[in-house]
Design a protein around this ligand. Sequence first.
Ligand code: SF4
Ligand code: MG
Length: 461
Amino acid sequence: CGVMAIYNHPEASKLAYLGLYALQHRGQESAGIASADGIQIYRHKAMGQVSDIFTAEVLAKLPGRLAIGHTRYSTSGDSALLNAQPISVECNKGRIALAHNGNLVNAHEIRAKFEAQGSIFQTTSDTEVVVHLIAQSREQTLEDAVADALRRIEGAFSLVMTTPDRIFAARDARGFRPLCMGRIPASEGRPETVVFASETCAFDLIGANYERDVKPGEMIVVGPEGIHSRYYAPALEQSSCIFEHVYFSRPDSLVFGRSVQASRDEMGRQLARESHVDADLVIPVPDSGVTAAMGYAAESGIPFQFGLIRNHYVGRTFIEPEQRVRDFGVKLKLNPVRALIEGKRVILIDDSIVRGTTSKKIVRLVREAGAKEVHMRISCPPTISPCFYGVDTPSKKQLIAANMTVDQIRDYVGADTLAYLSLEGLKKAAGEGDKTSYCTACYTGKYPTQLVDVHLEDLAA
Ligand code: SF4
Ligand code: MG
């Protein structure tokens, strides 16, 4: 998911809308904005994409100088309007609206306790437990109640929240998901605006300057009294999601303080060093393989060509929850350029193989376009274990690399050779070191948290 927050701007909901536009790649199932004018909170959410949901008329009904926004792709709870965010409630601590990126690993447990005590939940989303925890907290002030709630949830959360006159932004103590803070400078009588977003590409669109990341375990509150920050919990060993750099984030963003473009370029270069093969062309699987393919081509000296053309008017297949749509999605999205490919030895670069269905189809498309040899190179290690922290990887049964060796996968997808980037190579490319340390659980099966809720069948091969 993508989250966005704006504090103190006359057109707050419009800026949130623009920010969500830039974060659309983080979720395309539903989107929503909640705005606040000092007294009331207004909200609109709907299924579909940002541009379809927010017309000028809708935005006109979201007044006030504060706003938060969300684009959703479901990793927990159904894909349905009731689970769209922001979630907005009125409780004993006041009115709040909240938006969440990530996935809690103890939400079921907390929810079961509340339900046993008679609480009624309105959604099937893990995020709703946060609202209940805030409402039920014994702390007196809203800020203390939020801190209390955040200490009780486990897993991945980058949260933004609005009250009628304050914005809250917080990140889990391991820093799984990104969340950054920026400012739009004051101008012509308009005071400075403080903004938060999942990725800095949202700042670029609204003219905000990136200032810093919200830190793991930190909660920032922006209100009439100014900005203040506190650590609601001590930061734990950092485990930021390395898959943000592999696939999820936009290459024009800074994520965890590092350029995604630089990471992907280096993944491609490292891949070329680790698994060289003689060939005539390097072709990316667009769009996710493009940056790594450019790095691969630069390092290997093999020419880069756009040999597969993407139809940009189709959403990412991965986000579509239904198998039927996913299957025909590849052909709808990609077409090979026969004039480039015919008679050539081709290196295809993609960011990841999940189920293997995409790669299989693409290799076939490229062969049908006349390729003499097809070599697949993947800019991360084999995905062998599901994510419980906000990326919708399927259960182990459906992960091809959990069930086949690399040679078997090569045969399944029909490539002449197949190689993945090593884990060490990936970490190095993403800048693992003093500044950032990463979660790599989907490649290792070693999870940085307890998995309280987890269904064992997700982990059964
Ligand atoms: Fe990211 Fe993989 Fe860790 Fe999930 S398991 S947070 S996708 S690195
Ligand atoms: Mg892709």
